[in-house]
Design a protein around this ligand. Structure first.
Ligand code: 5AD
Ligand code: SF4
Ligand code: FES
Length: 367
């Protein structure tokens, strides 16, 4: 067995088996045969963890106002080209309920970052109303940025099960290079600890292809997920947005997709029983980008469940798919794509990450 295959065998045998320097070898693979072996080994680990199944989460983009100014993102507060919206409470609840009725086991409420009592109370009311309008095992997932522990606790008490907060990069210096000086890596890291201590199922993730990022940086990101004991991972390629200060960053679609698939595979091989999302941004790189991610070890897809009228205003990067489709069309489209690669959809299944279930002995932990 050559040394690359040996790394794959060790990684497949147990969670967290490789050191960052070894993970970097996987991430840096360029030989087509090695890349194929990497993705196949990851797929085998996924089959053991969750089977040939895809879990669907309806994504509701509830508003696009943001107080932050991340240098890469179309929603940054200085981007005057973005028309700002906030979906009325009753409509958010209707969209989440419709995700439930369409057979998605969970819904994600996502927006830019707003820290205010008004916003906290609004989300609290929305979460309570969704809880009341859906089944107890329907998972309510929030992705609303950095907040205080008290705010996270209130949302958890209202009935939220999961929280997604990407660390963006585990390297604080690299983080500083893509954010204004008043954005704090340490605070973001602290938020992940607060969320876990409140009993949330915690998701984090990174972007890859950030200017200056190395294979070892990405390997350390993957080991960071293990270190913070993440239950869910959502990663995607950095796609330069022309309306942002990082508009001119180098970008090659083909290489970005190949790298994304390798990083997903290495992450599955290192973490085994976490949920890993096939990011929507992958479909910007290739029409079948998300399905290829499933075959490289991802097990979650996030069909858009936002009313069509809002979709064009929620563009973190340009080229976002599904702008002209309805939620029903996305449902049909994604389930056909999943069937085409020989997998099945886990309809009406909240898809609790096996890693969380193993830690807590079952589904939803009480707050
Ligand atoms: N390219 C790729 N991903 C982006 N995000 C924001 N801007 C971009 C971009 N230009 C991601 C960030 C953020 C998530 C909501 O969207 O990782 O956490
Ligand atoms: Fe706001 Fe998130 Fe975009 Fe940063 S990445 S500007 S916090 S929406
Ligand atoms: Fe929206 Fe294909 S997933 S149209």
């Amino acid at each position: 067995m050559n040394s690359f295959d040996n790394l794959l065998a060790r990684a497949a045998a147990g969670r967290g088996a490789l050191r960052p320097e070894e993970l970097a070898v996987l991430v840096a693979a360029r030989d087509p045969a090695e890349r194929k072996a990497l993705r196949e080994a990851a797929y085998a680990v996924k089959l053991r963890a969750t089977g040939p199944r895809a879990f669907l989460r309806g994504l509701v983009e509830i508003g696009n106002a943001c107080a932050k100014n991340c240098l890469y993102c179309g929603l940054r507060r200085d981007n005057a080209a973005t028309h700002r919206y906030m979906i009325p409470e009753a409509d958010v609840v209707r969209m989440a309920r419709s995700a439930f009725e369409m057979g998605y086991g969970s819904a994600v409420l996502q927006s830019g970052e707003i820290e205010s009592e008004e916003n906290t109370a609004r989300i609290e009311r929305i979460v309570r109303a969704i809880r009341a309008a859906t089944a107890p095992d329907f998972a309510i997932v929030l992705s609303l940025g950095e907040q205080t522990r008290e705010v996270y606790a209130r949302w958890r008490d209202a009935g939220a099960d999961r929280y997604l907060l990407r660390i963006e990069t585990s390297n604080p210096e690299l983080y500083a290079s893509i954010h204004p000086a008043d954005h704090s890596w340490k605070r973001r890291r602290g938020c992940l600890s607060d969320l876990a201590s409140l009993g949330y199922q915690v998701g984090t993730g990174v972007m890859f292809g950030i200017p200056g990022q190395t294979a070892l940086d990405i390997a350390r990101d993957i080991d960071f997920f293990r270190e913070v004991d993440a239950d869910m991972i959502g990663m995607g390629p950095f796609v330069p947005n022309p309306e942002t200060p990082m508009a001119g960053a180098p970008f090659d679609k083909t290489e970005a997709l190949e790298l994304a698939l390798d990083v997903i595979a290495a992450t599955r091989l290192h973490l085994h029983d976490c949920n890993i999302a096939a990011a929507t941004a992958l479909q910007v790189l290739a029409p079948d980008g998300r399905e290829r991610a499933l075959l490289a070890g991802a097990n979650v897809m996030m069909p858009n469940a936002t009313d069509r009228q809002y979709r064009a205003d929620y563009q973190l990067y340009k080229g976002k798919p599904c702008l002209d489709e309805t939620s029903g069309q996305c449902r049909g489209c994604l389930s056909a794509r999943i069937a085409r690669i020989g997998e099945t959809v886990a309809w009406n299944d909240p898809g609790t990450p096996p890693h969380y279930a193993a830690k807590h002995g079952g589904g939803r932990a009480e707050p």
